[in-house]
Structure formats: C-alpha cells, structure tokens
Design a protein around this ligand. Structure first.
Ligand code: ADP
Ligand code: TRP
Length: 326
C-alpha cells in the first residue's frame, strides 16, 4: 500500500519565527520522522510574487528559508523538499482550477479581505492566491495538509475545488483535510490578541535564529497586562510557549502561581527566554554552517525538484486528458 500523501508549503518571508515553528514546521518534522507518510514540503516563491519583494530579495529569502528548514531538521532523504517554481505544473494546474472556481468563493477568503484592505488596489494574483495553493496540494493528490490555524480556510477551499473538478470531469482528486498542532495559533508578544506575524513588525515575533540576548530583550517588552480580571491573553500566550519549549515541572509551577495570584512575570519571561534560546541553540549552529554552503543547497533542491516533478508531470498529464487539452 502506498503511504498517505502530505503536502505543505511556506512563503519565503525571511527568518522563520516561533509561530511558524509551533504551528507548522514542528508538525512537519514529526510527520517526516514517523516514516508513515509521503511528505512534500516546498518554498512557495510564486505566492511571494503577490508581495513587494525585488527579485534579489526574493532569491535571498528563498535561500534563507531553505537553510532554516534544513537546520530545523527537514531531511531531503525522507521528505521531497523543493522550491515551488522549480516544478512548472503547479502554475499550470492553477490555471485549470481558475476555471472551476467561482469568484464569489474567493471573495469569502479572510486572508484576501485582510490583505486587500491594506492596499489601494489588489492584484488578481492576491485574489487567486488560494487557487495556486490548491494546485500546490492537489498536483501531488495531497490528502493531508499540516498548517497553522490561519490556513484552514484555504485548505477547505482546496477540498471544494477538488469537488468542483471531480463533479465536472470525473473523480480524480482526493478530498484534502488540514492537520493542526497543539499550538495552531501563537500570539504576538506586543498585541497578544493578534496572531504572531512578521507583518506586525519585528517586536511582535521571536525568530528561531535570534540570539539569547535578543530573545531576552523582546520578552522583557512582552505585554502581560490584564483586561477585566481574566487571565491576560499575553500571559496565556507566554505560558503556552513555556509548555512547548521549557521543562514541564517548571511550567506547572508557573501555572500554579498564576492561579494563586502570586506569579512574577519577570521570572516567567526570564525562564521562557532561556528555554527558547536553549531549544534553538543547535538550530542556530546548523544555520550558520549551511549558509556558507550554497553548492550543497543547490544540489538538495535539484534532487527535490526532480522527485516532485516526476509525480507532478504524471498527474498533470492525466488532468490534461480529463479536461481535453494537450
Ligand atoms: P506569517 O504570517 O508570519 O507571514 P506564514 O503565513 O508564512 O507566516 O505562515 C507559514 C506557516 O506557519 C503556515 O502554516 C501558518 O499557518 C503558520 N503560522 C504562521 N504564523 C503562525 C502563528 N502565529 N501561530 C501558528 N502558526 C502560524
Ligand atoms: N499560503 C500558505 C501560507 O501563507 C503557504 C502555502 C502555499 C501553502 N501553498 C501551500 C501551505 C500549500 C500549505 C499547502 O502560510
């Protein structure tokens, strides 16, 4: 029996942060190391064309993201690891999906509404972004997609697109499901009611590669203020992070002192800063080494693209037949 296919991608937004890690990357590593799945992980550089990067910036960020995922533990011998634009069929399948998807369905996408509202006029690329995402997944007939909470809607649309295609042309694509981690939504340090995201600014996120001093400084400024007698959302967030990165006994003690009302936020922040920087110390070392070895990276990516292309080409051939084009 063939293994279930799992597909996920990440935009090359520069350094990965602990939200990316806890929401997605950690899950990829566990799924990879279980040996139970056929896993495809890629850098979504075509999706990043919807942003404002120059060509040189995009190339540099792709390189950093590749290095960071390898340093985090993505193993190209176990996972098909590649760059989206190296496999041409993603964009071709996206066109076919453009033609089975109603505009009214795309208009419902929260990410589009949010991003479009921040611009004077939005491009068609930003609007059809989730269609390319569906193609990324379905070109490998992906059954499961490990992502953070903010991507659930896009995976649901992927399932709809598969249905619309299957209804029109005959059953070919699976009905994809999302997979979440224990922490599908890490919150911002400075505005803990919002998702931790690069787009909010550097003070809101902790990057995986940050030095112990930088982590300490950022956590010192983390908001822990209470609103209306409830446990402050910032404190809940920091405790959640300690649970993931720290020692379980120490975590339990902090939860207890929070309940008793004698928690010291300064201690919580110091303990968490040390836990996070220890957790990623090997990652930082590997990252620095890999950044110097560009030749190795090219080789790894060429191998990944070759493996992915073989599957993508076969599936695209079938799709062309089903829809009646060459
Ligand atoms: P960002 O919002 O920082 O630009 P991306 O959109 O590139 O991050 O997200 C890449 C992956 O990381 C996705 O699977 C996404 O759901 C996940 N992710 C991003 N931010 C968070 C977060 N704060 N908490 C949990 N998962 C997250
Ligand atoms: N849109 C995703 C994000 O912003 C990245 C992505 C692109 C993706 N293609 C994908 C995620 C396919 C999962 C599967 O995080």
């Amino acid at each position: 029996m063939s293994k279930p296919v799992i597909v996920s991608g990440i935009q090359p937004t520069g350094n990965l942060h602990i939200g990316n890690y806890l929401g997605a990357v950690k899950n990829w590593l566990e799924l990879q190391n279980s040996g139970k799945y056929d896993l495809y992980i890629f850098i979504a550089d075509l999706h990043s064309l919807t942003g404002k990067l120059t060509a040189a910036q995009l190339r540099e960020q792709v390189k950093i993201t590749v290095v960071e995922l390898l340093a985090a533990g993505i193993d190209p011998n176990k996972t098909t690891f590649f760059v989206q634009s190296h496999v041409k069929e993603h964009a071709e399948l996206a066109w076919v999906f453009n033609c089975v998807t109603l505009m009214s369905e795309l208009e419902k996408m929260t990410q589009f509404k949010e991003k479009a509202s921040q611009q004077i006029s939005a491009t068609a690329g930003l609007f059809t972004y989730p269609i390319l995402q569906a193609a990324d997944i379905l070109i490998y007939k992906g059954a499961l997609v490990p992502v953070g909470q903010d991507q659930i809607q896009h995976v649901e649309l992927t399932r709809d697109i598969a249905r619309w295609f299957n209804n029109k042309y005959g059953v070919f694509f699976p009905e994809t499901k999302h997979l979440l981690t224990n922490v599908p939504k890490v919150m911002s340090l400075l505005e803990p009611e919002k998702k931790m995201s690069k787009s909010l600014g550097a003070g809101h996120v902790i990057d995986m590669c940050e030095s112990p001093e930088e982590i300490n400084n950022k956590l010192k400024k983390a908001v822990t203020a209470t609103v209306g007698g409830e446990v402050a959302p910032g404190v809940t967030n920091l405790l959640g992070l300690l649970k993931e990165f720290g020692d379980n006994n120490i975590y339990t003690q902090f939860v207890k002192s929070e309940k008793q009302g004698n928690i010291r936020y300064g201690d919580l922040k110091n303990t968490l800063a040390e836990a996070v920087s220890d957790y990623f110390s090997k990652f930082r070392e590997k990252r620095s080494k890999l950044l110097k070895d560009t030749k190795k990276l090219d080789k790894i990516l060429a191998k990944g693209a070759k493996k992915a292309s073989k599957v993508a080409q076969n599936n695209m051939k079938e799709v062309r037949k089903l829809v009646g084009v060459r």
